[in-house]
Design a binder for this molecule. Structure first.
Ligand code: DX5
Ligand code: ZN
Length: 214
């Protein structure tokens, strides 16, 4: 079954507890951490993750769009992250950071930008629990899905099959009713969706529709 992780970036931050309660039927929550250096925007840090952790038992996935992510792993784990995903563009050539994440008893994820080749991820994939393909350039919610992302999901799914690997494939950016089905058919196991979930009046329905999209 496809998993749906609403991105909290699109929530009303003044009503965070209610917003989190409104997506209790989701499979988990996606938390976008932006530092204003790796991406041209600043969002929130471990303090907000910790506040969210206090009001939900859903898995929390922290998407670190920050430089030098190794400096902050412990803090995001202590704040309650179940999975921490770091950008390929920020980690150099060693897979050590994934071991560091696992040693903290969190799941490890690798994310990559739309202009990073899928094959650049191959050396890291044996060490990760999840690979997250960005289907927009990171930094902002509400952007348009880049259609070439579908072929990138397929490429990654074929590689996983060929190599007998078991990481899950997630897609993030511009996901909604119109493209969720195509992303799932291409091989996505997990959909991150901000605007299309928090922009809906009936969030349970929005989440169900994404999960069941064909
Ligand atoms: C973009 C973030 C995404 C974003 C998704 O930098 O990583 O997770 O919040 O939001 P939507 O679904 O609105 O594109
Ligand atoms: Zn994200």
């Amino acid at each position: 079954m496809t998993q749906v992780f609403p991105s909290l970036l699109a929530a009303d931050f003044l009503r965070l507890a209610n917003e989190v309660a409104s997506i209790s039927m989701a499979d988990g929550i996606h938390l976008d951490i932006m530092d204003g250096v790796f991406v041209p925007n600043i969002s929130f840090g471990p303090g907000v993750v910790e506040a969210v952790r206090r009001v939900t038992r859903l898995p929390l996935h922290s998407h670190l769009m920050i430089v030098e992510p190794w400096k902050y792993l412990e803090r995001f784990k202590a704040a309650g992250s179940d999975l921490i995903t770091v950008h390929l563009e920020t980690i150099g050539s060693s897979p050590k950071i994934f071991d560091d994440i696992k040693k903290l008893d969190a799941q490890a994820g690798l994310t990559f930008n739309p202009d990073t080749s899928v094959s650049a991820s191959y050396a890291f994939l044996p060490f990760v629990d999840q690979a997250l393909i960005m289907s927009v350039f990171p930094g902002f919610g509400g952007q348009k899905f880049l259609p070439e992302s579908l072929a990138r999901i397929e490429e990654l799914a074929e590689h996983r099959e060929r190599e007998g690997l078991s990481f899950s494939i997630a897609i993030d950016g511009g996901i909604g009713r119109s493209n969720a089905g195509a992303a799932i058919s291409a091989g996505a196991d997990l959909l991150v969706a901000g605007t299309s979930v928090f922009g809906a009046v009936d969030r349970a329905k929005a989440i169900d529709e994404l999960r069941a999209a064909t």
